[in-house]
Every structure is written in structure tokens, then in C-alpha cells.
Design a protein around this ligand. Structure first.
Ligand SMILES: C[S@@+](CC[C@H](N)C(=O)[O-])C[C@H]1O[C@@H](n2cnc3c(N)ncnc32)[C@H](O)[C@@H]1O
Length: 308
């Protein structure tokens, strides 16, 4: 994972105390680290990084109420929530499940961008684009249609791994991603005719009806809690006969949950209902894992749906 986000307090002494606290935390002394963080916060009460780190330490020490209080302070100190305090509050059961703060996703992937491919492909055995490619070819073969697409949109395109997998089958790729750092790398591949830094639902909203033949989302829907808005827009933007293909992480139950890895997991039943509600026709839904974690495959689904 990327280096942790640090937002300066603007107070040199408070920032120094934060650095010492991090050293102590890394050396395995969370109690002393918490003490120093409290001192930093006394000097700079709106120090979001200190509140957030204090929340993590309180959680580690089993002090749930104090952790919740610290994460709430982090959220007040940085309402855009670049640290993702809201997600921690959801995991602690102190907030209802809701969407991911866009500023958190952007900060996470901007930091991640330089080492993204090595971390994901080499360390986590990431195989999302290859799975989508195989599923799309099979879906097309089943209806005796060629797997060639004139206009494709890659949602949460990242550095361009999905466009690379589909390059020989797509004429013109548009990439959409929240993170300028990831988009910069996607641009360097030369695989995209157009790239846009924006949230994927907003990006789709700006597209004309029936203006795409293929929409992909490889390991990107895992950052959306509610799939309804993106599926509704994808359905509108797809031309008749077009395909939507995406991966999600999943779980044994129904509905949506936030996993410990801070990605949402969507139950198979939820995915089926959401596709149907968006007017898309399910073509394939396979139990396939796009990546490993702790050396084990993360339960996942590979989904292909069509616009009739
Ligand atoms: C794990 S990466 C996958 C990148 C690429 N699709 C691949 O297969 O390598 C997830 C990407 O989705 C982007 N992302 C997450 N949520 C998003 C959203 N709501 N709108 C646009 N992009 C988003 C992130 O910035 C990140 O680049």
C-alpha cells in the first residue's frame, strides 16, 4: 500500500510531534505514540492527520469509543476526508454504509500511482483485465458475434491495464478516473483517444445516449457502494447490442458490505437485481477472483451484461 497520507498542521512543533509519534508507533509503542499525538493536537486542534492516526491507535488498543471520537475529529478537521475517516467509522459500526469520499480515493491512488502496477500485478497477482477479456470473448462467441468494439469506455481506468488487455479488439478507448496521477500514467500508454479526470458516474452522465459499444470497469466498482447510478448511466450510454463488463468483490450474503481492505463487496443477488433494474441483460456472472490478499484469492465476480 502507498505511504500514509500526511497533511501538515501548519505548526512546525505539532508536525514534529506527529513525526516522533509515527516513529514510536512503528517501533511498537502505541501508548507513547498516542500521548505525543495528543500533545500535537493540543498545539494544533485542527490537525487531521494526527486525529486520524490517533483514531487508528485507539482502535488498535481496543478503545472503540475513543477511536470513534478521534475519527470524527479527523472528519471535522478535513471535511473532504482525504484520510478516509468515514470508512473507519463505517467499519466500527458508527456510521451507516455509504459511498467512498472521492477525495480519499483520489489521494489514495495519486500516492499509489508510481508503484501501482508492481504492487497490484506482482504482489497481489492482479488478473482483472485478463478475466474481463476472456468473459467478453465468451459472451460474444455465445451469440456468434465478433468481439470487436468501435467505441469503448474504461471506468476507473487507472494506469491502463484494461485498455492494454482489450487493445486489439477496440478501435477507440475513452478512460475515466478520479486520480490525476493514474490518468497521467494511462496517458503515457498512448492507448486512449480521450482521458478524463472525473468521478465515473459524472463522467458517464456527460456522454451521449448510445455512444459506446463496450464499457469496462476492472477492479473499479469495488470503490462504489451503490451500483444503481453507474449501471443506470452505463445502460443509457451503451448502444443497442453493447456490453458492460466489470469485476466486483463479493461475499456469501446478499447486499453490499465494506470489507476490512476498505473496498465494498457486492453479493451476487444484489448485482443481478441492480443490472435488471438498470435494464441490462445478464450474460455471464462467474465466481472468479481478480486478486489475492494474504496469499489467498479474494472472492469475486466477473460480470458481463448486454443492452438489448
Ligand atoms: C484498483 S484500480 C484499477 C485500475 C484499472 N481499472 C486496472 O484494472 O488496473 C481502481 C481505479 O479506480 C479509480 N476509481 C475508484 N473510484 C472511482 C470513481 N468513483 N470514479 C472514477 N474512478 C474511480 C481509482 O482512482 C483507481 O485508479
Amino acid at each position: 500500500m502507498p505511504a500514509r497520507l500526511f497533511l501538515s498542521s501548519g505548526d512546525l512543533m505539532a508536525d514534529r510531534r506527529f513525526d516522533f509519534a509515527r516513529d514510536l508507533q512503528l517501533k511498537g509503542d502505541p501508548v507513547a505514540a498516542a500521548d505525543l499525538l495528543s500533545q500535537a493536537i493540543e498545539l494544533a486542534p485542527g490537525f487531521a492527520s494526527a486525529w486520524f492516526t490517533l483514531g487508528q491507535i485507539r482502535e488498535q488498543l481496543g478503545e472503540r469509543d475513543a477511536a470513534i471520537a478521534a475519527f470524527r475529529k479527523a472528519l471535522i478537521a478535513d471535511p473532504d476526508d482525504r484520510h478516509g475517516a468515514k470508512l473507519r467509522l463505517m467499519l466500527l459500526g458508527a456510521e451507516q454504509l455509504s459511498g467512498m469520499p472521492p477525495a480519499y480515493v483520489r489521494a489514495l491512488f495519486d500516492q499509489y500511482a508510481p508503484k501501482f502496477e508492481a504492487a497490484l500485478v506482482d504482489d497481489l497477482g492482479y488478473r482483472g483485465p485478463a478475466l474481463l477479456f476472456r468473459a467478453v470473448l465468451s459472451a460474444r462467441a455465445a451469440v456468434h458475434k465478433p468481439a470487436f468494439f468501435r467505441r469503448a469506455i474504461d471506468l476507473g481506468c487507472g494506469t491502463g491495464l484494461a485498455a492494454a488487455a482489450f487493445a486489439s479488439e477496440v478501435d477507440r478507448f475513452i478512460g475515466i478516473d478520479l486520480s490525476p496521477g493514474m490518468i497521467e500514467r494511462a496517458r503515457a500508454t498512448g492507448l486512449y483517444a480521450e482521458l478524463e479526470v472525473t468521478e465515473m458516474v459524472q463522467g458517464l452522465r456527460a456522454r451521449h445516449d448510445a455512444s459506446a459499444d463496450l464499457i469496462l470497469a476492472a477492479d473499479a466498482m469495488v470503490y462504489l457502494a451503490d451500483l444503481a447510478p453507474v449501471l443506470e448511466q452505463a445502460s443509457r450510454v451503451l448502444a443497442s447490442g453493447g456490453l458492460l463488463a466489470f469485476t466486483v468483490e463479493t461475499h456469501g450474503g446478499d447486499g453490499v458490505m465494506l470489507g476490512k481492505g476498505l473496498r465494498y463487496a457486492h453479493g451476487a443477488g444484489y448485482v443481478r437485481r441492480a443490472l435488471e433494474a438498470a435494464g441490462l441483460v445478464l450474460s455471464r456472472l462467474e465466481d472468479l477472483s481478480a486478486r489475492n490478499e494474504d496469499d489467498a484469492p479474494v472472492p469475486g465476480l466477473v460480470v458481463v451484461a448486454g443492452k438489448s
